[in-house]
Design a protein around this ligand. Structure first.
Ligand code: ATR
Length: 270
C-alpha cells in the first residue's frame, strides 16, 4: 500500500482524502491517505517522521505550511514552486524530497475545461499574494496573449511583474481596467473568504467570457455576482481547480491520470 497525507492547521475538514481515495479507486491504486494537523512549531518534525514511515510516497501541504515546506526542498522544486516560494506537494524519490506547486496546473486544467484553449486569450488576475504567484507561470506557458494583474496594493502586483519579466505580463491600476478587455478574469485574492469584493471595476467584465473565483464551497461569491451583473457570460468557483491540483499531485506520485470530471461531479459540495 502507498501512503500519503495532507499537512495543515486547521485541516480537519479537508476534502483531499476523499478526492485522492476516489482517484485511487478510478486508477486501481491501493492507497492510505490521511490528515495530519501539525502543531505550528512541529511541522518539520512531523514531515520528517512521516517520510521515515514504511511505504510513504508523498504528501500535500496546505496553509499555513506551504512556505516552510518549500524550505525543506528548496534545491529540488519545479519553477512554479520557486516563483511562489511555496510548495503544495512533496514527493519522496529515493532519499530525496522533491517539491512542486501544482495549483497553477490545476487552474489551467480547469480553465481549459470551461473555455477551451487559453492560447491568445487576454487574462486578468486580481490579487498579488501567494495564490497569484503560484499560477502566473503556468498561465504564461499556456500561451495567453496577455496576462494582466491588478491589486488593492499595486506595488505588490508590480513586484510580481518585475520578478517574472515577460513582455506580455503587465500590471494595471484599477482606473485602467476598462481598457484591458479581458476574456477571463480570475479572482486570486482572499476577499471571498471574508465576503468582500476584490479591487476591480465593473468595466473589467465587458468582454468577459468567464469570471473565475479561486475560492470554493461558498456558493455564489460577491465577485461572481458582481461579474455576472456587469457582463460576464459565465462564472465558476474554484472547486474544479482543487480537484485538478490534486490530480496533478496524484500523477506526480503514481504516474497515473485520474478522470477529474467524474470526481468533480461526485464530490462537488451541494
Ligand atoms: P495568500 O498568500 O494566501 O494569497 P495574501 O498574501 O494575504 O494571501 O494575499 C491575499 C491577496 O488578497 C492580496 O492581493 C490582498 O490584497 P493586498 O495585497 O492589498 O493586501 C487581497 N485581498 C485580501 N482581502 C481583500 C479585500 N477585502 N479586498 C481586496 N483585496 C483583498
Amino acid at each position: 500500500m502507498k501512503k500519503f497525507a495532507v499537512f495543515g492547521n486547521p485541516i480537519a475538514h479537508s476534502l483531499s482524502p476523499a478526492i485522492h481515495n476516489m482517484f485511487a479507486q478510478l486508477t486501481g491504486e491501493y492507497i492510505d491517505y490521511r490528515i495530519i494537523e501539525s502543531e505550528l512549531d512541529n511541522f518539520e518534525n512531523d514531515v520528517s517522521a512521516f517520510f521515515n514511515e514504511e511505504g510513504v510516497v508523498g504528501c500535500n501541504i496546505t496553509a499555513p505550511f506551504k512556505e516552510r515546506a518549500y524550505t525543506l526542498c528548496e534545491g529540488s522544486c519545479n519553477a512554479e514552486a520557486k516563483t511562489a516560494q511555496a510548495v503544495n506537494t512533496l514527493h519522496k524519490q529515493g532519499d530525496k524530497l522533491l517539491g512542486y506547486t501544482t495549483d497553477g496546473m490545476g487552474l489551467v486544467a480547469d480553465l481549459i475545461r470551461h473555455v477551451g484553449s487559453l492560447e491568445n486569450k487576454r487574462v486578468l488576475l486580481l490579487g498579488a499574494g501567494g495564490a497569484t504567484r503560484g499560477v502566473v507561470e503556468p498561465l504564461l506557458k499556456s500561451k495567453v496573449a496577455s496576462l494582466f494583474i491588478t491589486n488593492r496594493t499595486m506595488s505588490k502586483a508590480e513586484a510580481i511583474v518585475n520578478a517574472i519579466g515577460e513582455d506580455n505580463f503587465v500590471a494595471v491600476g484599477q482606473s485602467a481596467l476598462d481598457d484591458v478587455q479581458a476574456e477571463i478574469v480570475i479572482n486570486c485574492t482572499s476577499a471571498s473568504l471574508t465576503g468582500d469584493l476584490p479591487a476591480v471595476s465593473a468595466g473589467a467584465f465587458k468582454q468577459c467570457a468567464l469570471a473565475y473565483d479561486m475560492s470554493y464551497g461558498r456558493g455564489e461569491t460577491r465577485f461572481m455576482a458582481f461579474a455576472k451583473e456587469h457582463g460576464a457570460l459565465a462564472t465558476v468557483d474554484g472547486f474544479g481547480m482543487l480537484v485538478e491540483q490534486a490530480a496533478a499531485a496524484f500523477t506526480i506520485w503514481t504516474g497515473k491520470t485520474p478522470d477529474t470530471a467524474e470526481v468533480i461531479k461526485a464530490l462537488r459540495p451541494k
